[in-house]
Design a protein around this ligand. Structure first.
Ligand code: SF4
Ligand code: SF4
Length: 345
């Protein structure tokens, strides 16, 4: 049964797949750690985490029939792209550079769920890809797709961590896969490299300190105290993955062709992003993961990156922002220009 499910997963473009069984209690793997993470407030401003904690910690809270989880992953483009200070692509985290994976995966998952039922493997299959309250990384780890590194990412021993996850909740019990052992050893590169010290405890992310919380999830509303630390990143941050030896360029997995397909925004410069209007945003970001950050979220990120990179090429675009109708854009552009011209701030 597991072999057929995995063959179907591969047919639908998932590079990795594995099965984890749901215990009688329905508890997700690492549920106790999730509870403690939220109790300590490490979710920061991500209010949806406590709000969905019950369903995230227990898969049977929503799917009382769940017996197993078929965990799936595909790899995104792990290469460096663009020229820092000039091209927007050099300032965007790798996972967000490609086509909107929610849409790409949902099409595949719909077909896969139908085939799993048609082939008699299960009678019910419900899927998510970052689209519902499932503790996806913990299930994927239990299903043997990789181990949770000290950077709190799932890492495959030979293909690295530049992957996106999805899962299919099933009402059958195929043979489960064995979890991958922990391979970080004594390495602490990610903990040392994080610019905001968001990884003070190995494997535990303090989301209130992570750049991604603000420049993607909260639409560019990064607290002023973190603007300098945001460095070159307009959207997302890859530092704790870039420094990981399991993501060395020779190891990085081949990207999924659909996620790698070119998008209209990828030829944009940082300056063009700073000055873009609604029509440009709609045209360039229509199929992009970055669309969810919103036009001004992206502009705020690009302004911050331009300031930190002291990008002379962005000065005109930044000056144009000083008259913007959005006060957050005006304030951030003022800061960036001051930074470029080294005025005290
Ligand atoms: S994504 Fe960046 S800010 Fe967040 S934990 Fe990793 S290195 Fe730190
Ligand atoms: S950088 Fe080192 S400690 Fe961090 S996840 Fe990679 S191997 Fe583990």
């Amino acid at each position: 049964m597991t072999g057929i499910a995995k063959a179907l997963a591969a047919k639908h473009g998932f590079a990795l797949s594995g099965v984890a069984l749901v215990p009688e209690s329905g508890a997700a793997p690492r549920a106790a750690e999730l509870t403690s993470w939220i109790a300590k407030g490490l979710h920061g401003p991500l209010e949806y985490m406590p709000e969905t904690q019950d369903r995230r910690s227990n898969i049977r809270a929503r799917f009382e029939w769940a017996k197993s989880v078929l965990c799936l992953a595909a790899f995104y483009d792990g290469q460096e792209r663009g020229r820092v200070g000039r091209d927007l692509s050099a300032h965007v985290a790798r996972y967000a550079r490609g086509r909107d994976y929610h849409r790409v995966f949902e099409k595949r998952l719909k077909l896969l769920s139908r085939e799993l039922i048609d082939s008699g493997i299960c009678t019910r299959a419900h899927y998510y890809t970052d689209t519902g309250p499932v503790f996806e990384r913990a299930w994927a780890e239990a299903a043997g797709l990789g181990w949770t590194g000290k950077n709190a990412c799932l890492i495959h021993p030979r293909k690295g961590s530049y992957m996106l996850l999805a899962e299919m909740i099933l009402d059958c019990s195929p043979a489960p896969d064995a979890p991958e052992p922990f391979h970080c050893g004594t390495c602490t590169r990610c903990l040392d490299a994080c610019p905001t010290q968001a990884l003070t405890v190995p494997g535990v992310l303090d989301a209130s300190k992570c750049l991604v919380t603000y420049n993607i999830e909260l639409n560019g509303n990064t607290p002023r105290s973190m603007w300098n630390e945001q460095g070159k990143w307009a959207a997302g941050c890859d530092i704790c993955q870039e420094v990981c030896p399991f993501n060395a360029p020779r190891r990085v997995a081949e990207a999924d062709p659909e996620l790698l397909a070119p998008l209209p925004w990828q030829s944009m410069t940082l300056a063009e992003c700073i000055g873009m209007d609604r029509a440009e945003f709609d045209r360039r970001f229509v199929s992009s993961t970055l669309r969810r950050t919103g036009i001004n979220g992206l502009r705020l990120g690009a302004i911050t990156a331009a300031g930190n990179m002291r990008s002379g090429e962005c000065v005109d675009a930044l000056r144009g922002c000083l008259m913007d109708e959005d006060s957050a854009i005006r304030e951030r552009a003022e800061w960036a220009l001051a930074k470029i011209f080294e005025v005290a701030h």
